[in-house]
Write a protein that binds this ligand. Structure first.
Ligand code: HEC
Ligand SMILES: [Cu+2]
Length: 394
């Protein structure tokens, strides 16, 4: 206990005096990686230190008075004074001034964060259970990761496909809600190259704690190269690499609901999905079965006429059309979130699941010869798809 208090005092002294731990982090706060971070930390410390001063002063006076005026024989027991105007004015005016300073600093900071600079780099952010999509002005789309320029204001224009989410990037000290049916914005200027954590800060259901994204900040020149590469990423891939691309880059956005090892999740496992669809085994909440649908109409679902691909593509883009029996209508639509070629890539992955995943569901790395030309930062580390389907109850 005593060492803990000593630690806090020491760390607090470090943080407060401006001496910092690695990367501008203080005892309380993570690394400072945006232009507002030091300002926000300063205000936090200011309020913190005032709290310490008052805590100490009140504690000392309480203990001191308790001892000085405890019940004793020789103490005067006259009634105490009812007023002391000078004292009362002091203890009203001083805290009032302090609170006004806090309000002023908080309010100007809030206004500053609420006013987006005009030249900001705009990224469209979409939240859906339980993943993030980021769209760049040049058409590049990233899932659960976003590449951003350094030393330039960045604006997130955010919407949700389903429920309330919130974007929170602790190292940048910014956070804002993401609300279905309206746009919300958030802006910051990243000041250090590196990788940072973005998380959802609004409880949005079972997979909420998995709703994470990585933020890559690159110096301007590297950023320009990387963003151009990202826009072409899946277009340039040879067809045989598409399945790996899907397993590595796209499947993580399905992993909170669909496993690849056969375990049940919020949605049906992808294991055996191709075969089930070919055989028409799916039963839907409207009473139909897929094998019935395969025989009807213009052959849209007929496996002999590309019906398996049609069914899978439709399930990804219009998931509410047919709901599998035993599951809820909770899958978000990926229309607009995935490009056609990315949907193709996912279908290819589902078709040959064993090529891309071990039986236990872990990701099989891509053999060397299909690796696209060297990737820049942000693409080197493979995202290991979740193995448990993000379903803690299961
Ligand atoms: C929030 C959970 C959730 C996410 C995320 C999700 N799905 Fe689903 N998915 C479901 C549920 C629930 C069903 C079953 C109900 C239905 O048919 O809509 C389903 C059904 C499907 C089906 C039909 C399965 C069958 O057996 O007929 C396909 C294909 C599919 N999802 C693909 C995907 C792909 C690809 C992704 C990622 C890009 C994805 N889903 C992301 C919940 C999700
Ligand atoms: Cu969320």
């Amino acid at each position: 206990m005593i060492t803990l208090v000593a630690d806090i005092i020491q760390a607090e002294a470090l943080g407060t005096l401006g001496a910092t731990l690695a990367g501008g982090a203080t005892y309380w706060m993570p690394e400072q990686a945006s232009e507002v971070a030091p300002k926000i930390d300063w205000l936090f410390e200011f309020i913190n230190v005032i709290c310490y001063i008052f805590f100490g002063a009140i504690l000392i006076l309480t203990v001191g008075f308790s001892i000085a005026y405890r019940r004793r024989k020789r103490v005067h027991q006259d009634k105490s004074a009812t007023h002391h105007t000078a004292l009362e004015v002091t203890w009203t005016i001083v805290p009032l001034l302090i609170v006004i300073v806090m309000f002023y600093m908080g309010m100007t900071g809030y206004m500053y964060l609420d006013t987006v600079p005009e030249n900001a780099y705009e990224v469209r952010v979409n939240g859906q259970v339980w993943s993030w999509t980021f769209q760049h002005p040049n058409g590049a789309v990233e899932g659960n990761q976003v590449t951003l320029p350094m030393d330039r204001p960045v604006q997130f224009i955010m919407t949700s496909s389903d429920v309330l989410h919130a974007v929170f990037i602790p190292a940048f000290r910014v956070k804002n809600d993401v609300v279905p049916g309206r746009y919300r914005t958030l802006w910051f200027t990243a000041t250090k190259p590196g990788e940072y954590q973005l998380m959802c800060a609004e409880y949005c259901g079972k997979g909420h704690s998995d709703m994470l994204a990585r933020v890559f900040v690159l110096p301007e020149e590297e950023f320009q190269i990387e963003i151009a590469r990202l826009a072409q990423e899946y277009m340039d891939l040879p067809t045989e690499a598409l399945g790996y691309y899907a397993a590595d880059k796209l499947y993580p956005r399905c992993a909170s609901c669909h496993t690849v090892n056969g375990d049940p999740g919020t949605g049906p496992s992808f294991k055996g999905l191709w075969e089930r669809t070919q055989a028409g085994e799916q039963k839907f909440t409207n009473g139909a079965t897929l094998s019935q649908l395969q025989k009807q109409g213009d052959g849209f679902y007929d496996p002999a006429m590309g019906g398996v691909q049609n069914y899978l593509r439709e399930s990804i883009l219009y998931p509410q059309k047919l709901i599998n029996e035993g599951y809820g209508p909770v899958m978000p639509s990926f229309k607009g979130q995935l490009k056609e070629r990315q949907v193709d890539a996912l279908i290819m992955m589902i078709r040959e699941l064993e090529t891309y995943f071990e039986p236990d569901g872990s990701f099989k790395p891509q053999p060397e010869n299909t690796t696209p030309a060297e990737g820049a930062a942000g693409t080197e580390e493979a995202t290991t798809p979740k193995q448990d389907g993000g379903s803690p109850e299961a």
